[in-house]
Ligand binder design. Sequence first.
Ligand code: SF4
Ligand code: SF4
Length: 139
Amino acid sequence: MWKNWLTASSSSAPEQVEENTRILADPPPLTPEELALLRRAADIVNGSVAIPCTGCSYCINKCPKNIAIPKYFALYNADMQELESKSWTAQTMLYSHFSEQYGKAGECIGCGQCEKMCPQHLPIRQWLKRVSERFEGRV
Ligand code: SF4
Ligand code: SF4
């Protein structure tokens, strides 16, 4: 139905405009296939939400908890590219490995020293909470 509407919508014939108006006023329910397609598109959009960290590492020098901020942000970005939600990914394993050598994201005390050093002015503390939620509940 939507496919037909999309095809017809490029036409300017009055009867087709009228038909399009009628469909828009009372849109038909999506089929299961259309819903699955929309969910997949939403996953792709959500997966593209990434932390715009350049990996410069200026932030880590002042961190009293020795948190591997750029490493964790890179892992988070990679994990967000996973289209399906999994309980375990390669990034989860790497996070577990790094957090044996460095402070965990969840150990951030919120001092803000890192944010003063970040040339990108990233809200590092907020992102670390997301990193912690994503990885620390799974390792
Ligand atoms: S706010 Fe957290 S990550 Fe930033 S320097 Fe302080 S402890 Fe480290
Ligand atoms: S200073 Fe900012 S941009 Fe550089 S590594 Fe740290 S968080 Fe990323």
